[in-house]
Design a protein around this ligand. Structure first.
Ligand code: DGY
Length: 347
């Protein structure tokens, strides 16, 4: 589909995006926009074909692998910018883009709350066995109220651990600390002072109300968080240092009845080790939005009752996806017009 065919700059979007604002932004900046497909993942060959001999900018997806050869093709077509319609950019070889003089865009900020809300939803769903109970109801198995039917875990007063306390991780931490009076430990190589100030303010407030208060701390090591958490939520970027961060050894360090939440990237968790761990520890729960080999799950995962899975939809609210589409368009429109991008790992 072609929008604004008279536009001065040629921009392609490898997929159709959400809402109209992204198109309006690109049209205002004199871009002709070609949408490659509604569904499905384009191969690199198809992307090369879509870039053609002249292309000023591209809006792409996290399901594509943007490597040196694609950036080289884009450069030769006169391209200046590629924007992922995502905050994560592990699918993008950023140094290769830089080498080819291409600005990479991403969409930080707009999806923070939506993603955090999904992480917290997975916590509740796992803690209260919502999916198992739903399946039980639908199967017509609810015959009598019983005192021990679907006993779950109470979160209030327990400890949430956050690995990677950036925008999303700290928001998850605050939602659970404030909403459920959970104690909090976090590990991040950077101190998040704003997060700490908010936690401290809440702890102070509670200490004056006569209610039980909360404790929080920044841990010296990741292992400390892994060992002490009842709920462990993962929010690092995926890179060489975080690949299989939760491996079998670290899973063994967790409390036997703890819960692991992953709304970051699948390969941060060794999924085969997780399947094994959940099988051996029926009191352990996992809530997963992302998978190592998306859209596939490792064998055995789907058969485990103590795992809740959703298809990488943490940022999937209408408002958020419209916002991500618009921010990616702003990145592309801005760079084409020699302005700074909204979000970028290489500017
Ligand atoms: C991202 O933005 O990186 C998510 O994984 C999709 O919202």
């Amino acid at each position: 589909v072609i929008h604004n065919p008279q536009g001065k700059y040629r921009v392609i979007s490898t997929k159709n995006l959400v809402g109209n604002l992204w198109l309006e932004i690109l049209q205002k900046y004199e871009c002709r926009v070609e949408v490659c497909t509604d569904r499905g993942v384009l191969s690199n060959e198809e992307i090369v074909g879509a870039i053609g001999s002249k292309c000023d900018g591209v809006l792409g997806q996290l399901t594509e692998k943007w490597d040196d050869s694609l950036f080289n093709v884009l450069k030769r077509a006169g391209g200046k910018v590629f924007s992922n319609v995502a905050v994560g950019y592990d699918n993008v070889d950023v140094p290769a883009a830089t080498k080819n003089g291409i600005v990479v865009g991403n969409t930080p900020g707009v999806l923070t709350e939506a993603t955090a809300e999904m992480a917290v939803s997975l916590v509740y769903a796992a803690a209260r066995r919502v999916v198992e109970a739903d399946q039980f109801m639908r199967a017509g198995l609810y015959k009598i109220w019983l005192p021990d039917l679907f006993l779950g875990k109470l979160l209030t007063g327990k400890t949430v651990g956050i690995i990677g306390a950036g925008r999303i991780g700290s928001t998850v931490g605050l939602m659970l600390a404030r909403g459920n009076k959970m104690n909090l430990i976090y590990y991040d190589k950077y101190q998040n002072k704003q997060f700490e100030a908010k936690l401290e303010a809440y702890r102070e407030y509670l200490s004056h109300t006569g209610e039980s208060t909360i404790e929080w701390r920044r841990a010296d090591s990741m292992e400390e968080v892994i060992r002490d958490s009842d709920v462990l939520s993962l929010h690092p970027n995926l890179d060489k240092t975080t690949f299989h961060l939760m491996n079998s050894e670290r899973l063994q360090m967790m409390k036997k009845d703890a819960m692991l939440i992953n709304c970051a990237r699948g390969p941060v968790v060794d999924e085969v080790a997780l399947v094994e761990h959940c099988r051996e520890n029926p009191q352990f729960y996992a809530g997963l939005d992302v998978f190592e080999d998306e859209p596939l799950m490792k064998p055995g995962l789907k058969d485990l009752p103590n795992v809740v899975v959703v298809p990488h939809i943490a940022s999937a609210t209408v408002w958020t996806r419209r916002g991500m589409s618009a921010l990616a368009a702003m990145n592309v429109a801005a760079v084409i017009n020699d302005l700074p991008p909204w979000g970028s790992p290489n500017v």
